[in-house]
Design a protein around this ligand. Sequence first.
Ligand code: ZN
Length: 147
Amino acid sequence: MKKHKDLLQVLKANNMRITPARRFLLQFILDSKKHAGIKTGQITLKSITRFMEKILPGVNRSSIYRNIEAFKKLDIIQEISLPSGSFFQYVFDCKVHHFYICKSCGKASVGNEKLFNKIEAALKDIHGFAKANLSIVFYGYCSKCGH
Ligand SMILES: [Zn+2]
């Protein structure tokens, strides 16, 4: 699997050892889109620990948390906080990662590229800032909840 290999390279480039736990965690993140019962691309801490404890019995929970934190720092995943709890989203090779989250019903939607391009152009225009790796969460109210 090419993506998995690419991500292992990222870990290596950041002086992280490729441990079985990291390998499985990466695979779980990449596979999460296909897993039944998980909303597209949304990974909860619970689903990660459940998977890791099943595949690596006796795995240390704090090491799972540490690996999640490390993956966040490397921009492999992003943590999104919702009123109902938080989840993780794979963002590594996604050019756009911004979300709209409704403060009322908690619905989270992935932003679209058109808006991203406008924000990028405005950043350049107003701040002379280019090639931003945008990672934004907008909190507001969806059309159903209106306000
Ligand atoms: Zn709503």
